[in-house]
Design a protein around this ligand. Structure first.
Ligand code: GDD
Length: 312
């Protein structure tokens, strides 16, 4: 039997690289599209580089001609396209809103336009990584966010994701493009970038294990609540939506914790394992306004009952 074919945009990131692991394990042939950067950033997919079912291609989602070049190269009539490319850091989007929009919103539009033209020759399916940040601070009466909750984005990042999410829907309805989106709540793993809060905290406690005299950990708003899922589970959900008719789904765990709770859990995890007793938790961290955002999403809680009902 022939391999199924997939393209992953943003393959060097956390979600892209875990999706690559999943698709290769399912027997796909995968093209990974990555931007050329002067310092190689292939750590998350190093183990897959020798795999004969994986080919790394140079492309940038902000450059439509590079997308056309990729699609023209792929000699298959059926392709699954996953767009995980984004400027994904909410705080940085306030510093670099233009770049955020170029990559996250315009980038997805470039992809949709390219798909629209190639759809005449090939059967293409698209998945877009939308974000729970699109909800902003809006929750339903039961304190959950779901597919029907009104979006009230409050960061440049969230507005860019919402623009792309809406375009994704418009291209599905207007042109019949086989495209769907996940409204994805926070995804975490050991491959998480070190400036996201879970990895920043786990890295700190990992270092503290070896050096109990580390300077304090500086954090921002530790009262924020998030719905965290292991990213391997989230990418599995992405793949499942791709096997079903095109429809947008919340991808979430439904379990909510504060950043402080997360840190406390990490502290408790290493407390009994270290040889030199640790200081009390309250003496190990400090609040630095540098890590506050101009606007904050205080609470995210996903109701994933629709994807559970439809796809199990
Ligand atoms: N990054 C960071 N660093 N966040 C901190 C810190 C800190 O030092 N201190 C507190 N926080 C708080 C943030 O203010 C936020 O409320 C929460 O920790 C989580 O921050 P991040 O881990 O940076 O993730 P995020 O929730 O802003 O965004 C992530 O999830 C979105 C989906 O909800 C990203 O992965 C987005 O790309 C994704 O769309």
């Amino acid at each position: 039997m022939e391999n199924k074919i997939a393209i992953i945009f943003g393959v060097t990131g956390q979600a892209g690289s875990l999706l690559l692991d999943l698709l290769l394990s399912k027997g796909y042939f995968v093209y990974g599209a990555a931007r050329r950067v002067s310092n190689p950033n292939l750590q998350r997919l190093q183990h897959n580089l020798p795999n004969k079912n994986f080919k790394l291609l140079s492309a940038d989602i902000t450059d439509t001609s590079s997308l056309v070049n990729i699609f023209a190269k792929i000699d298959s009539d059926e392709v699954e396209i996953y767009n995980c490319a984004a400027m994904s850091h909410v705080a940085i989007s306030f510093e670099q809103p233009g770049l955020t929009w170029d990559v996250t919103a315009k980038g997805h539009l470039n992809l949709l336009e390219t798909v629209r033209h190639f759809a005449k020759y090939k059967s293409l399916k698209v998945f877009f990584c939308g974000s729970s940040e699109m909800f902003g601070s809006n929750v339903d009466g039961d304190d959950f966010q779901r597919e029907t909750t009104t979006f009230t984005p409050n960061s440049p990042y969230a507005t860019a994701k919402l623009a792309a999410f809406n375009l994704n829907k418009i291209y599905r309805e207007a042109y019949g493009i086989n495209t769907r989106a996940g409204i994805i709540f926070n995804m975490e793993s050991s491959r998480r970038g070190e400036n996201f809060v879970t990895r920043k905290i786990t890295k700190y406690f990992g270092q503290l294990y070896n050096n109990p005299f580390l300077p304090k950990l500086s954090l921002g708003n530790i009262t924020a609540s998030r719905d965290w899922t292991h990213c391997s589970d989230s990418v599995k959900a992405m793949w499942m939506t791709m096997q079903a008719p095109p429809k947008d789904y919340v991808i979430a765990s439904g379990e909510v914790h504060t950043v402080y709770d997360f840190m406390k859990k990490c502290y408790e995890f290493i407390k009994d394992k270290v040889e030199i007793p640790l200081k009390p938790l309250e003496e190990l961290y400090e609040i630095d306004p540098l890590f506050y955002r101009p606007l904050e999403v205080q609470y995210l809680a996903g109701d994933a009952s629709l994807i559970k009902k439809d796809l199990g």
